[in-house]
Write a protein that binds this ligand. Structure first.
Ligand code: GAP
Length: 537
């Protein structure tokens, strides 16, 4: 990975796009706050999605459902039993990781254990010796001597020896950071955040049960099941996807608006997953925002609609990009498909670390509606008067990450250019954000803070704000520095009030990307920016 990601993270903090949550307390792992510019960028992106998915078509309607739903929703959807990852602990470093994402050395490979520093390496030599009775060979901060001898076993080979002096079961993978094969058993870890609802305190009930001796003699899974039995009545979950509410409310929405299949229900909002591996800034976090739509269609027409939505979604992402070739559609291999999908395509973006997911477009068939029919008894079916028949619709689901979209467009927009500055060549950092995504649409700059220029500039600001266009008055520092500042936060236009303005009522308009300036009358400035914004998609 180049250092672009670090530069983007640093710009995000410096300019008020994204901050680490609770930073003054050391931060909360993988939680982020969108600052004044970040919230504008994210909202603009989500508004564009809503306009495209809901307002520009008659057959898609919106929903804003609650984040906590009846726990049976998650039983029916399979999230309670299936939304889990296999977790393992390294017995030496205590690192906890996902078994299915860990490195998988082959038979014959050496297993060097890479420690953070020499001190840690010495401590781990002792820990391994105490626990397994072998003296690892230390070279600086790397420990040597282990090798994979078969698909089931590793061996320890003392220096110069060809026979293993110690053998240990091999699980097919090692811990990601240390490279350790000394691992705990795998445990399934559910990714949903659990909390409790109501006036009863589940911990109080557990304490009473312990005091009453209700758990006496119970151990392991039996003890766990007994405790879960007490906490279950008040347990609720933070939704791990926005999708389920759209299945659960299918009939209410269809009947209240007398909608005819095919139609879609769209929703944007927060989702929560207790991710074990949080990575790449806002790419994978525990709290994030999704933009999802469930498109209900007649079985048999699903392939056609799948084609329509995968193309529509792909071209939507590309229309706001400087480099559309960094977005691609990738079909899931059969072994990648989620249990509910018949077919799935990912829209991927070429992030600074490589191609990765941005949106999934899945053919979920009638899986979810059928599950909710079975678990709730509700008749989630559609009567088609034209054909005089009932059916349970199939569903095509374009499911996008809004916070991931913010990162993709920041990466697409981040540019460094060599330009001639006042004191010679310099690097211009410019965020070439699409005009409709940019936090401010224009900066209004008085050339100097005198001669009535600030007052004229303020009048222009008022004219923009009165029609709901977000602009920024900026009189701080020399004009060149102000241009650079607005280049860095992606403001597409700078409107400057100068001495000529006072004579003839014109201002300069500077284009962020070309840096070209021209003069326009103040009287047409609002109209001109409105037109540029309209024409930009
Ligand atoms: N309803 C289907 C569903 O939720 P998904 O592929 O798990 O499918 C859809 O999620 C999108 O949500 C992903 O393509 C990604 O953009 C976003 N997403 C998922 N988990 C995320 C996380 N932990 N952090 C940020 N975005 C996430």
């Amino acid at each position: 990975m180049d250092d672009r990601m670090q530069k983007i993270v640093s710009l995000c903090k410096r300019r008020g796009f994204v901050f680490q949550s609770s930073e003054i307390y050391g931060g909360l792992k993988s939680a982020y706050d969108y600052g004044p510019l970040g919230v504008e960028l994210k909202r603009n992106l989500m508004n564009e999605w809503w306009t495209f998915m809901v307002h520009s078509r008659e057959n898609v309607v919106g929903l804003d459902a609650s984040i906590m739903m009846h726990p049976k929703v998650w039983e029916a959807s399979g999230h309670l039993s299936g939304f889990s990852d296999p977790l393992v602990d390294c017995l030496i470093s205590q690192e906890r990781f996902r078994a299915d994402k860990a490195p998988t050395p082959s038979v014959g490979d050496e297993l060097p254990m890479e420690c953070a520093d020499k001190g840690q390496a010495k401590a781990y030599v002792k820990a391994i010796s105490d626990r397994f009775g072998i003296e690892m060979i230390r070279n600086g901060k790397t420990l040597w001597g282990l090798r994979v001898i078969s698909e089931e076993e590793i061996g320890f080979f003392p220096k110069g020896e060809t026979e293993a002096s110690f053998k240990h079961p091999f699980r097919g993978y090692v811990s990601p950071t240390l490279g350790s094969p000394f691992l705990s058993e795998e445990r399934q870890f559910n990714g949903m955040f659990k909390t409790s609802i109501g006036a009863t305190d589940p911990m109080g009930a557990v304490v009473s049960a312990i005091e009453n001796g209700d758990f006496d003699g119970l151990k392991g899974n039996d003890l766990r099941a007994a405790i879960e039995g007490i906490t279950k009545p008040s347990a609720v979950y933070l939704r791990p996807e926005t999708a389920q509410a759209m299945f659960v409310q299918f009939s209410n929405i269809q009947q209240s608006l007398a909608l005819k299949v095919p139609f879609g229900i769209a929703q944007m909002g927060k989702s929560f997953r207790n991710e074990i591996t949080v990575e790449h800034f806002i790419f994978r976090s525990c709290e994030f925002e999704q933009m999802e739509m469930e498109f209900f269609c007649e079985p048999g027409t699903d392939d056609e609609w799948m084609n329509y939505w995968k193309d529509a979604r792909m071209s939507w992402w590309q229309r706001y990009a400087n480099d559309p070739s960094k977005f691609r559609l990738r079909a899931h291999e059969p072994d990648e498909l989620a249990h509910y999908s018949k077919e799935c395509f990912d829209v991927e973006y070429d992030y600074p670390w490589g191609w990765d997911e941005l949106e999934g477009i899945a053919n979920r068939t009638d899986y979810d509606l059928q599950k909710h029919i079975t678990h709730s008894g509700a008749k989630l079916e559609y009567f088609d008067p034209a054909q005089n028949k009932k059916f349970v619709p199939y569903v095509i689901e374009p499911a996008a990450g809004a916070t991931r979209g913010v990162l993709a467009y920041l990466a697409d927009a981040y540019h460094e250019e060599e330009v001639e500055g006042a004191k010679g060549p310099e690097t211009r950092v410019v965020l070439k954000l699409h005009q409709r995504l940019a936090p401010f649409k224009a900066a209004i700059l008085p050339l100097v803070k005198k001669d009535g220029m600030p007052e004229k500039a303020r009048d222009i600001v008022d004219a923009f704000l009165s029609v709901g266009i977000n602009v920024k008055y900026d009189a701080q520092h020399a004009i060149g520095r102000r241009y650079r500042r607005h280049d860095e936060i992606g403001t597409p236009f700078c409107l400057t009030v100068d001495s000529q303005t006072l004579e003839d009522g014109t201002i300069t308009i500077r284009d962020r990307d070309t840096m070209v300036q021209r003069r326009i009358p103040i009287a047409t400035a609002v109209e001109e920016i409105q037109e540029l914004l309209r024409a930009s998609i």
